[in-house]
Design a protein around this ligand. Structure first.
Ligand SMILES: [Ca+2]
Ligand SMILES: [Ca+2]
Length: 194
């Protein structure tokens, strides 16, 4: 009986060790898995970003105005669906769209947060990371705004679209990240004046 008890105890310790090792390995692997998933999403979103940027440029070329579009939520004067929805005849002279295949939906919020393309370019942009602002706050243009995007998701996207831009990733290139007074957001430059 004593031998049997000892054998069972040894088996239990082995089991605990195996479980502990598996838990450690899983814990060590999780950041790698999450990071790979975010990189894949960022790459997919960058393709959508490219399509939307070209649509905005074409829209501007046709109408001389900057467009608005949104994934969901209220559509207002700040972000009307100008790229996808046919406006009333003559409402926007030169309009020759639709400029994207269909209105954006929440399914296009690949990074986990909805976004809005507005026709007012918010924020200063140092596009080449040389320390000099290239596009100034509130000048007309197109920018994409997220309000609650996770910092790690924003960083993964920044590494995709601002890969070769020197300086602080949060303040240089096309993507800017801010986190102050409890308000966190991402703004991406699409097109516009200086
Ligand atoms: Ca610059
Ligand atoms: Ca950046």
């Amino acid at each position: 009986m004593i031998c049997k008890f000892k054998h069972s105890a040894f088996t239990l310790i082995e089991l605990i060790l195996v479980v502990a090792i598996i838990a450690m390995l899983t814990g060590a692997m999780m950041p790698v898995i999450i990071s790979a998933r975010q990189k894949a999403r960022a790459a997919k979103f960058a393709q959508l970003l490219d399509v939307l940027t070209k649509a905005c440029m074409l829209y501007y070329s046709d109408t001389g105005q900057y467009a608005g579009e949104t994934t969901d939520g209220p559509v207002n004067n700040w972000a009307q669906r100008r790229l996808s929805v046919v406006p009333p005849a003559g409402a926007i002279p030169g309009w020759d769209g639709p400029y994207i295949e269909r209105p954006l939906t929440s399914e296009d919020a690949i990074l986990g947060d909805r976004f809005i393309i507005s026709n007012l370019m918010m924020g200063d942009f140092d596009l080449d990371g040389d320390g000099t602002i290239d596009k100034h706050d509130m000048t007309p243009g197109n920018s994409m705004d997220f309000w609650f995007l996770q910092e790690s998701a924003a960083k993964a996207l920044d590494e995709t679209i601002d890969a070769n831009i020197p300086g602080d990733w949060k303040n240089t290139g096309r993507l800017r990240f801010y986190d102050m007074w409890g308000l966190r957001g991402v703004i991406i430059y699409l097109t516009g004046g200086s």
